[in-house]
Design a protein around this ligand. Structure first.
Ligand code: ADP
Ligand code: ADP
Ligand code: ZN
Length: 215
């Protein structure tokens, strides 16, 4: 199974992808996570991407499609994957078609998380993750069960993204509207697009996605 999760920043893509990874063994391919790792490691890609990401703009199509191609090759042909935050432009959607075709993979579902933009600023500015295992949390919607202790791994260090501030989020939303939402028709004709209400609770969103994916 190969699946794309689409939606603006804060829609819940990462939350749902990491759940699907735990529950169904799908592998999450997040270009955002790959780019942040490259920035942290100071690789040539990271050096090119850092300022672009801090401004809430899009990193070049060649860089992100290159990262996805590398990861697909590492995984081999049979591992089911979730594309999280990729593709984000028409050029990336075309590149992904070619990357999949060359590896004998097909896309089964494109799930769009529909959200109200006003709520996204609150989602994004309240977002934090465990610095040790990456589990995602939220100041209001998902606090750790024990104050200051990660539910999953017990660590007590958390981090927030440099680009999770209101000004950058607004720019990221504008990029989504202008460049990413227009790629949905690319998949519509194939009958694989499903829309899920991303404003529902995390569990309700999970149930709606599971209904699309089937047993
Ligand atoms: P994305 O990967 O699409 O940018 P995330 O999955 O990181 O979004 O979610 C953004 C923030 O909102 C996180 O702090 C997450 O815990 C929280 N969140 C995710 N889904 C929901 C939901 N359905 N309701 C409320 N908060 C949510
Ligand atoms: P979010 O979870 O808020 O949707 P991501 O973690 O997916 O954000 O992306 C963070 C930043 O990384 C983006 O604002 C952009 O600068 C860069 N980025 C991630 N994926 C892509 C992509 N497919 N194409 C171009 N830029 C990307
Ligand atoms: Zn943890």
């Amino acid at each position: 199974m190969n699946l794309i999760l689409l939606g603006p920043p804060g829609a819940g893509k990462g939350t749902q992808a990491s759940r699907l990874m735990k529950e169904r063994g799908l592998v999450q391919l997040s270009t955002g996570d790959m780019l942040r790792a490259a920035v942290a490691a100071g690789t040539p890609v990271g050096l090119q991407a850092k300022a672009v990401m801090e401004a809430g703009e899009l990193v070049s199509d060649e860089i992100v499609s290159g990262l996805i191609g590398e990861r697909l090759d590492e995984l081999g042909p049979d591992t089911p994957v979730i594309f999280d935050g990729y593709p984000r432009t028409a050029a990336q959607a075309e590149a992904l078609d070619a990357l999949l075709a060359a590896r004998g993979r097909t896309l089964d579902h494109v799930i769009e998380l529909e959200v109200d933009e006003d709520a996204l600023v609150e989602r994004i500015t309240g977002r934090f993750t465990c610095a040790n295992c990456g589990e995602g949390y939220h100041d209001r919607f998902k606090l750790p069960k024990a104050d200051g202790v990660c539910d999953v791994c017990g660590a007590s260090n958390f981090k927030r993204r440099a680009d999770d501030n209101e000004a950058t989020v607004r720019q990221r939303m504008a990029e989504y509207r202008a460049k990413t939402a227009p790629i949905i028709p690319h998949y519509e004709g194939r009958g694989i697009v499903a829309r899920v209400d991303g404003m529902a609770s995390m569990d309700a969103v999970a149930a709606a996605i599971d209904a699309v994916l089937g047993a």
